[in-house]
Design a protein around this ligand. Structure first.
Ligand SMILES: Nc1nc2c(ncn2[C@@H]2O[C@H](COP(=O)(O)OP(=O)(O)OP(=O)(O)O)[C@@H](O)[C@H]2O)c(=O)[nH]1
Ligand SMILES: [Mg+2]
Length: 404
């Protein structure tokens, strides 16, 4: 019986369907690689090597003593795909019913083989095999669900489609995602009673202090508002000096508040201001204690609006983690930073569109105050639909309009 099988298909969906049909739900994918790059009018083609979980365990438990020097476990999938050495295992060029050829006997001085490190590390390989199988079945389930998910935008690529979605479909899908993004630039309500208080929160190094200075400049220079800066960052050496330096250049008051009591007293002292901007310490989104502490500090008599900074350079999973981690703070809006440091906005766009929190500002570089703009729908659309280069003229004209 064939155990490790090689499949060729025009795309992953078709390959997965073939594997599922021929090998069942327990099959795991050992490797995938393109075997034609689609150049010269040729359609791209894919080679997928798959195996049964039980076969991997059989390979592991079979055969001779371990070599003293073992290669790292991570090479397992590559090696398994290239040289399956088990006597009962063969890998045909194409799926076929031909009988399996026995593998050549292993020489004593031959390099370490699959069996060797399988012998030494069976548990690790078993757990990797299990993980691969779970990933495979998650992939299959996701594709099966895609067609029935009601939350998906209409026109989304269907799981049933035998080939890749065409560019028009993708553009339509992207447009529908972008349309879901809420955009609400921060403004000063004319009928406000007391200052609006904005607290910048987010992971380490996302641009909180720089954006605090940009926001202060925006309100002070553009809106002619009275602005106070407060630093609550006693965590990093020099953090307060960084904000103080910006404040000194802009001739704005800057205070330090290290506890909830200090914060409320400082806010009370600056009650005649139009805007108070609080800079907080950056911590890991997994630091729940820090987020609970912020939540506690911001509760109380003053309405403090937490603004969550999301860097365009973060991975999709990390953005989702950050958004989820800061949910207890009830963030009122999002500030997108470091948009200039990448040209790939799909992850950010998707994550921002997933929630209801509006985008209020965008940061496009390190310069204070220049590289900052209040969010506008047309800018967000341009950037996420057409990319950085297409959005630059729009940004330039907005900078000119705001005369920063
Ligand atoms: N390219 C680029 N760099 C930025 C942007 N915003 C901030 N930076 C840079 O990112 C670095 C970190 O910025 P900070 O403002 O200190 O970040 P932070 O979130 O206050 O950092 P911590 O307080 O340490 O958590 C600095 O070098 C900034 O100049 C941006 O929009 N684009
Ligand atoms: Mg900072």
């Amino acid at each position: 019986m064939m155990r490790i099988r090689r499949f060729e298909a025009p795309d992953t969906t078709t390959a997965l369907a073939m594997i599922k049909k021929e090998m069942g739900e327990d099959a795991v994918i050992l490797s995938t690689r393109p075997i034609s790059n689609g150049k010269n009018g040729k359609k791209p083609w894919l080679e997928v090597v798959a195996a049964m979980d039980s076969d991997i365990e059989a390979l592991v438990n079979m055969v001779p003593p371990a070599q003293p020097q073992e290669p790292p476990i991570r090479t397992y999938t590559d090696r398994a795909a290239r040289q399956p050495p088990a006597p009962t295992t063969a890998m045909p060029e194409r799926p076929s019913s031909a009988p399996a050829k026995p593998a050549p006997p292993i020489k004593k001085d031959s390099p370490p083989s699959l069996q060797d490190f399988g012998q030494a590390l069976p548990n690790e390989i078993r757990s990797e095999a299990r993980e691969l199988r779970q990933r495979f079945s998650r992939m299959v389930n996701r594709r099966n669900d895609a067609g029935t998910a009601t939350a998906k935008p209409t026109g989304a690529p269907s799981s049933q489609a035998p080939s890749r979605p065409n560019p028009e479909e993708v553009a339509l899908w992207r447009e529908q995602i972008i349309n879901r993004i809420q955009v609400t630039p921060i403004t000063l309500p004319p009928d406000r009673q007391g200052p609006i208080i904005l607290a910048l929160v987010g992971s380490t190094g996302v641009g909180k202090t720089t954006t605090a200075a940009k926001l202060a400049a925006w309100f002070s220079l553009r809106e002619h508002a009275r602005v106070t800066l407060i630093s609550m960052d006693c965590y990093r050496i020099g953090a307060t000096d960084q904000l103080r330096t910006y404040a000194r250049i802009m001739r704005l008051p800057c205070e330090l508040a290290l506890r909830k009591k200090d914060l409320n007293q400082t806010i009370a002292r600056h009650a005649e201001q139009d805007v108070i901007i609080i800079d907080t310490a950056g911590k890991s989104p997994y630091d729940q204690k820090h987020i609970a502490e912020l939540s506690e500090w911001f509760s109380g008599p003053n309405l403090i609006r937490p603004l969550l900074l999301l860097p365009a350079t973060a991975k999709k999973e990390d953005l989702a983690t950050i958004i989820a981690a800061y949910t207890p703070l009830k963030t009122t809006s999002l500030i997108l930073t470091k948009l200039d440091e990448t040209r790939a906005y799909a992850a950010l766009c998707q994550q921002v569109a997933t929630g209801d929190t509006p985008v209020s500002c965008v940061c496009t570089g390190q310069r204070v105050p220049e590289d900052f703009l209040p969010a506008s729908r047309s800018l967000i659309e341009k950037l996420f639909m057409e990319g950085w280069d297409a959005a630059v003229p729009e940004m330039t004209s907005l900078f000119r309009k705001f005369k920063l």
